[in-house]
Write a protein that binds this ligand. Structure first.
Ligand SMILES: [Ca+2]
Ligand SMILES: [Ca+2]
Length: 222
């Protein structure tokens, strides 16, 4: 091999080495498909477990729920190595957030795929003063001390039950999660673990409902 050929070979090796190095390090999205979208406006509960609907302020919602789990089973999703979930939920009435006082909290909300819980947090709808504040974990996982309603997309809604006559007692959130997943079928679940031992009607004291669920199938170059 002549000197020029050796030089060319070395150069080509370096060149393709850089290309391969870049492509193996940087993960880019090749395809993103909205595989499932349900805002319950057409009363569609196909594939649901514990699905139930009610109308609140001219909007059809799934719920309302207390210490319950709701799930939707989806089949034949487009090829993917990630799923992105975007779920809008409404947190009604007197959620208490983080406190470990054995009477009123923590008030957990969680979600996950198949058998795996991927997100667990708490919400608080309580007024927050300098002398008294029940913090929530959202938008982080439990346990973090964020002020009530941190990360909300809407707060000026009345409560559903015990504080149905009062503004600012329902809070709307859009919870988003990007999760590694490849199987064409999936079970998306979410649930509440609420505690209100000093209330004669805990379901009226605090509850939650689902306004919409979107599932995106994402394929990257990996
Ligand atoms: Ca409460
Ligand atoms: Ca509570």
């Amino acid at each position: 091999m002549g000197k020029i050929q050796q030089y060319r070979l070395a150069w080509l090796t370096a060149f393709f080495g850089v290309i391969l190095g870049v492509s193996s390090c940087v993960e880019t999205v090749e395809n993103e498909i909205l595989a499932y979208s349900n805002d319950f406006s057409d009363l569609n509960l196909a594939g649901f477990e514990n699905g139930k609907l009610f109308i609140w302020r001219n909007d059809t919602l799934a719920g309302y729920y207390h210490n319950e789990e709701v799930a939707v089973n989806l089949k034949d999703l487009p090829p993917h190595n990630y799923l992105k979930l975007s779920i809008e939920i409404l947190i009604h009435d007197t959620w208490d957030g983080n406190p470990l006082d054995s009477l009123s909290g923590p008030d957990y909300w969680y979600m996950g795929l198949d058998q795996s819980e991927t997100f667990r947090t708490t919400f608080s709808n309580t007024p927050c003063e300098s002398t008294y504040c029940l913090y929530q974990s959202y938008p982080n996982q439990y346990f973090r001390q964020n002020r009530p309603k941190t990360g909300a997309i809407q707060t000026n809604l009345p409560g559903l039950c015990i504080f149905g006559a009062f503004q600012n007692y329902t809070t709307r959130y859009r919870v988003e999660q990007l999760i590694e997943h490849t199987n064409p079928d999936v079970r998306v679940f979410m649930g509440g673990e609420l505690k209100q031992l000093n209330s004669p009607d805990p379901v009226c004291d605090e509850s939650w409902s689902v306004a919409s669920i979107q599932v995106f199938a994402i394929q990257t170059n990996r």
